[in-house]
Design a binder for this molecule. Structure first.
Ligand SMILES: [Zn+2]
Length: 262
């Protein structure tokens, strides 16, 4: 029995997908990524997903991974601490919609309505009527729908001015890129663009539509992009300065920190 138990444990260990690293009263969850061809252990804290990942050789040892992560525990803690403060979608949270701050207002009605509103004093609100447990999901879904509407209309405008027919687009929670254009001409965007000012979303749509003409970042590509979106430089500058901070909205804080003792 003991032997069987131990065998089960060790096979369970080889399928292990994370390590828990203790440091100064906190425990940090580190995801394991075994990569064929990886020669060394690499530790990363990802800003967009707010998690910690260790990349290791396909047949690397868990003990080595654990030692490596443990040696860098202070670095993990410091990097997580430096992430921009997370703003979960909850009542009272202030979130940008089309670049303008809106307060999430929750109404405990089951009519399932959600709408943007401006009060007499000019305060902008996102009013959500639903069961409180569903608030975050409802806000996500709403923003994704609004993003799709705005992106579809921007893509239609830009394809129209180039003389193309409209393209179908997909809207996802991409973390590494704001938009992409596949070899087959499929356009894909991050729903988080609905939080950026309208000229930024418009520029991203123009950028991906311009890839339908030039599948590269050549001078010719930038000429098409700037013709479609004269505000290209301003939008690029905005994304450089503020783009990363859009990832802090609608996420739970400290998801990689399991135990925090203060
Ligand atoms: Zn591009």
């Amino acid at each position: 029995m003991l032997r069987l138990f131990r065998r089960e444990t060790s096979s369970g260990t080889s399928a292990q997908d994370h390590l828990d690293i203790a440091h100064e009263g906190a425990v940090y969850r580190v995801s394991l990524r075994r990569v064929t061809g990886a020669r060394r252990y690499t530790l990363r804290v990802r800003n967009a997903t707010r998690d910690v990942v260790i990349t290791m050789p396909k047949r690397g040892s868990l003990t080595a991974a654990q030692d490596f992560a443990q040696r860098h525990a202070a670095w993990i803690a410091a990097r997580l601490h430096r992430l921009p403060v997370a703003v979960p979608f909850r009542a009272g949270a202030i979130i940008p919609v089309r670049g303008l701050d809106h307060e999430i207002v929750h109404r405990n009605e089951l009519r399932g309505r959600i709408e943007l509103a401006v009060s007499e004093t000019g305060a902008r609100k996102l009013i959500v009527s639903c069961d409180e447990d569903h608030l975050s999901r409802r806000v996500h879904d709403f923003l994704k729908r609004e993003a799709r509407t705005d992106l579809e209309s921007a893509v239609r405008k830009h394809t129209g001015s180039l003389g193309f027919s409209a393209r179908r687009i997909t809207v996802r929670d991409t973390t590494s890129r704001w938009g992409s254009c596949s070899a087959t001409g499929a356009l894909n965007f991050s729903w988080r663009l609905i939080m950026s000012p309208e000229f930024v979303l418009d520029y991203l749509a123009a950028h991906e539509v311009a890839h339908l003409v030039h599948m590269n970042h050549s001078d010719a590509f930038w000429t098409v992009t700037r013709t479609l979106a004269p505000h290209t430089e301003r939008a690029e500058a905005w994304l450089h300065a503020h783009g990363a901070s859009l990832h802090r909205f609608g996420v739970e804080p400290d998801q990689s920190v399991l135990v925090k003792v203060r």
